[in-house]
Design a protein around this ligand. Sequence first.
Ligand code: SF4
Length: 364
Amino acid sequence: MAHATDAGAGAPAGATPSGEALLDIQHLSITFPGSGGLLAGGRGPDVRAVVDASLHVDDRETVGLVGESGSGKTTMGKGVLRFVRASAGTIRLGAYDVTNFGRKVPRSYRREVQVVFQDPVASLNPSIIVGDLIGEPLKLHFGMGAAARRRRAAELLEQVGLAAHHLERYPYEFSGGQRQRIAVARALASEPQLIVLDEPVSALDVSTQSQVINLLEKLQGETGAAYLLIAHDLAVVRHVSRRIYVMYRSRIVEEGPADRVCEQPAHPYTELLLASIPDADPVKQRAQRALRQKLSVDQAAAVTGETPQQGCPFSNRCPYVMASCREQFPDWTAVQGGGQVACHLHTEGPTLAGGPVTSLSVPA
Ligand code: SF4
């Protein structure tokens, strides 16, 4: 586990974005009203999907937001897209104060921020030919006529590795990877500054995944768009991200440069995510299995249990848990090598075997 340092202790992740921050999220919380039918006795408790989360994406940067299902990462992406409203905190993109938008989101903002979803089958209207799917944003945002739209749509298709003759086809005529290329071409059509990539390859087979990821990297070099890459698979996120934020049960718990987060994780949950990445080496496989078993001390609580109402959200699953972990969410502590972690192991000093926490050494 990476060393923590004193500098920056107490500062929330992302509180000090670089001067070039394109997207700047500060202390974002998103809460949904609880639901419950008559049988359930009326309205249930509110759902805190995102709690006090800060994150920034610089111009032309790829930032990964990783966490398991239900961690709140997709809701954060929806907040940036203004599909859902913030309950507290701020979201800014360049000069746009997203949290202060009224009922109607400015069309210019819709042009600047695009999204590619996990499932292109659901996101591409099956009854519209590809030429019109890509042409729609060209007409809406740039007022292009039919001939210009067709020319530009053909260019975009070629940019994503398809051909002009595909313009006349329907989405169902393509493979999953090809459909995702069409979705990317449609997102690029409006020349956005930021693309939210929400699990863009998780529905694809492994070889197609790497093709689409390589394509996204190539396109970023060509277009300069920044990416917020949301995924549950840390291996995918690491491959393309410059920095990574790790989210668990509505909270960001660690952030930092991709290499540091993946080679010297500071939060036990990040360790667990890393131990879930398949490795071809049998020795490493055994070590990962042991680590997973020790870190998933209470799988039932992890999967079905309530998120702890206070303290660290990982406290019902963490083998390092201390009394303070159940009482308050940890302060942010800067980590050697870059970034920050929210974990009492780093704010209360070394707790294991009387020495500094330098590698994951889960108590037996
Ligand atoms: Fe574990 Fe405590 Fe750190 Fe949470 S704060 S990850 S419970 S040691």
